[in-house]
Design a protein around this ligand. Structure first.
Ligand code: IPE
Ligand code: IPE
Ligand code: MG
Length: 269
């Protein structure tokens, strides 16, 4: 296929995988705590909400790069169950922003084969936003590209409470035995059911905490914390996170490498 033909079919110029990255060791699923929008705006003497607006651009860039570089799923924290405690104007700005961005970007998400889902309790969201979410989810449900999960009114604890409640209802109704509840069954009740657990968690703006994000799913994720504020997150910042990820030895509770020397009688003394 010539490049002219390829570009006819390509919605955008795809970024090739940088040579420093090993294509065989890319994370299948990246989780993202997009933090620092307010500080980004304050540094420029702007209202906080301008940071959120700029943050949308960073998210679009990141989604596109993850898709180009063959990452299977991106799960981004957009609004936590605790974020309702922010000033009313900021909350309503965010809700309107989510709705507008979704309306504006839906065609390109469809074209680029992105499968978008919104994870969290969506019932308290404004009706207009719920409608957009339903439309976007439905229209991209059959897409074959990257899974893009937007955590909206999401909280790890409330997700686990809801899962426990549903399983308890099954037991009470006699459809499930307590001993049938295992890790797989709990995972199947979470919003992320169907996606593998994140391999890598990136948090921007230097904060070293989970802030109630994917408490179950991040059990064995590698953590990358960067001081970059979310609106400044760019290709270099993502590449740095991925290089850091590929430098890690993942052990999952085992030994540090398959070639790790076994215990010998000498070691045991
Ligand atoms: C993250 O940026 C965006 C949301 C939580 C919606 P912040 O708004 O938390 O920015 P900082 O942490 O105050 O700088
Ligand atoms: C986490 O950021 C939530 C999102 C990015 C949506 P916060 O800014 O709300 O978290 P804290 O308050 O620093 O823990
Ligand atoms: Mg913050």
């Amino acid at each position: 296929m010539t490049s002219a033909v390829a570009s006819d079919f390509s919605p955008h110029n795809r970024q090739p995988l940088p040579a420093v990255l090993d294509p065989a060791r890319m994370p299948a699923h990246v989780a993202l705590i997009m933090d620092g929008n307010g500080r980004w705006a304050r540094q420029r003497g702007l209202p906080r909400v301008m940071g959120h607006r700029e943050g949308v651009e960073a998210l679009k860039r990141t989604l596109r790069l993850c898709s180009d570089w063959g990452i299977g799923a991106l799960t981004a924290y957009a609004f936590s169950t605790e974020n309702w405690s922010r000033p009313g104007e900021e909350v309503s700005f965010l809700m309107t922003l989510f709705e507008r961005v979704l309306a504006r970007e839906l065609a390109s998400l469809e074209r680029e084969q992105v499968k978008i889902r919104f994870l969290g309790d969506l019932t308290p969201l404004p009706a207009a936003l719920q409608q957009r979410i339903a439309e976007a989810t439905e229209r991209t449900a059959a897409n074959r590209g990257i899974h893009f999960n937007v955590c909206t009114n999401y909280g790890g604890r409330s997700e686990l409470v809801a899962a426990a409640r549903r399983l308890a209802e099954e037991v009470a109704a006699g459809r499930l035995l307590p001993e049938q509840i295992d890790e797989q069954r709990i995972a199947s009740q979470l919003h992320t059911a169907g996606d593998v657990d994140p391999d890598l968690l990136i948090r921007t703006s230097g904060e070293r905490r989970l802030s109630n994000f994917l408490l179950w799913q991040l059990a064995y994720a590698e953590l990358h914390i960067t001081d970059v504020l979310w609106p400044d997150f760019d290709q270099d910042a993502l590449l740095t996170a991925l290089v850091d990820y590929q430098s890690r030895q993942r052990r999952f509770g085992g030994v540090d490498s398959p070639r790790h020397p076994g215990l010998t009688s000498a070691t045991l003394g």
